[in-house]
Design a protein around this ligand. Structure first.
Ligand code: APR
Ligand code: PHB
Length: 392
């Protein structure tokens, strides 16, 4: 087997890269270790920055998103029983975000790729990237589970879009990792309940952080900060609703709508950056190169920025023979990645209660939130970062 770009992983990064290359007439093969149903069901954040929305539309993947996605012009910060709305368009010259789940983005991209695109092979696990430093990289892979058959895909370039636990990163020698783990996680639920507010609510409370989000007008997505080693099964449905109610409490008449909980899981929180994002003809993109804590929902948007930059560079190479943009790929992406790392870290430490936090720390957090609520400059900084940094 041979292709121009071998892509490992059919998450948002790999799927979108395949679309962008197909649109430019460059062939690719996508290898995905899991089956289609698994990829289409995996719950992740669902906030698309304005730039991500524009990219998906331009890639021909915006039709259902524009029909079913929910445009949001702001978020609410909740602290000290008060509510403060951050108005994105007013602060950023008209920018907003779109609430459209990552599962739906993946479903749309998979359908497009299968209908009109290069091979997308599920249950096909990349085992290793070989010869990335030379001009003939090879992807060794296995089809059909543990007892399946092994084969090789010869490529001009390899895109490692295989997430945090993938194999591509291992093929970048002399790389450096920068990381931080947080001493807490998020207990996330999906519930058959109409969202209790029409925009996302980020709540800071002495008992810990809580987030109100949504998947549709009838499905709520909610999160609670919990200790890192929490087992989701330790929390009964009633305990979860009671705790959410406490952390979202306000002085006005706002109420939390409860409903049947259909899914419960705990997400660990970490920041992780691998530098450089390239070795020879292998390029890392998305979670394979960097992880952000979910506060601020930057993961998918970073992946989109990476593959737009990579597609542009590959198209430039094929059209002109110049490696200039490929050479700039890692540095170009990392500049934006670190802005997202900084923002996700700031928002995480602004809203979460660290174990051992003192009453002094609590007061400082409230003062930081108060500053955002009372200074247009501070609020603009948040709105610009939340709606997204430019790609490239
Ligand atoms: N061979 C083939 N596929 C693999 C391998 C392998 N060895 N290892 C991992 N994969 C697949 C995973 O099964 C997964 O489907 O690679 C895919 C990686 O997808 P994601 O983890 O979603 O990573 P990415 O595409 O970078 O997504 C970026 O979007 O999903 C959101 O918030 C999420 O931050 C994440 C972002
Ligand atoms: C989500 O809807 O899952 C979500 C929204 C915003 C975040 C994180 C997750 O900051």
């Amino acid at each position: 087997m041979r292709t121009t770009v071998g892509i490992i992983g059919a998450g948002p990064a790999g799927l979108l890269l395949a679309r962008l290359l197909h649109g430019a007439g460059i062939d690719s093969v996508v290898l995905e270790s899991r089956d289609r149903a698994y990829v289409e069901r995996r719950q992740r954040a669902g906030i698309l920055e304005q730039g991500t929305v524009d990219v998906l539309r331009a890639a021909g993947a915006g039709e259902r998103m524009d029909r079913e996605g929910l445009r949001h012009d702001g978020i609410e910060l909740r602290f000290a029983r008060r509510r403060h709305r951050v108005d994105f368009p007013a602060l950023t010259g008209g920018r907003s975000v779109m609430v459209y789940a990552q599962t739906e983005v993946c479903k749309d991209l998979i359908a497009l790729q299968l209908a009109d695109g290069g091979p997308l092979l599920f249950e096909t696990e990349a085992l290793a990237v070989e010869g990335a430093g030379g001009d003939r990289p090879r992807l060794r892979f296995r089809h059909g589970g543990a007892g399946g058959s092994e084969d090789v895909l010869e490529c001009d370039y390899v895109a490692g879009c295989d997430g945090f636990r993938g194999v591509a990163r291992r093929a970048v020698p002399d790389g450096r990792t920068f990381e931080r783990t947080y001493p807490f996680g998020w207990l996330g639920i999906l519930a058959d309940a109409a969202p209790s507010h029409d925009e996302l609510v980020y709540a800071r409370h002495d008992r810990g952080f809580a987030l109100l989000s949504m998947r549709s007008p009838s499905v709520s997505r909610l999160y609670l900060q919990v200790p890192a080693d929490t087992d989701a099964g330790d929390w009964s449905d009633e305990e979860i609703w009671d705790e959410l109610e406490r952390r979202f409490e306000t002085d006005d008449d706002w109420t939390l709508r409860r409903g049947h909980i259909t899914q419960k899981s705990v997400t660990p929180m970490r920041s992780h950056v691998h530098e450089p994002m390239r070795h020879g003809r292998l390029f890392l993109a998305g979670d394979a190169a960097h992880i952000v804590p979910p506060t601020g929902a930057k993961g998918l948007n970073l992946a989109v920025g990476d593959v737009v930059t990579l597609a542009r560079a590959l198209v430039h190479r094929v059209a002109t023979g110049s490696e200039e943009l490929l050479d700039a790929y890692s540095a170009t992406c990392l500049r934006r990645v670190w802005q997202a790392e900084r923002f996700s870290y700031d928002l995480t430490t602004l809203l979460h209660r660290a174990p051992g936090a003192t009453p002094f720390d609590d007061r400082l957090q409230v003062a930081r939130l108060d500053r955002i609520a009372s200074s247009r400059a501070a609020e603009t900084d948040l709105a610009e970062a939340y709606t997204g940094f430019p790609i490239g």
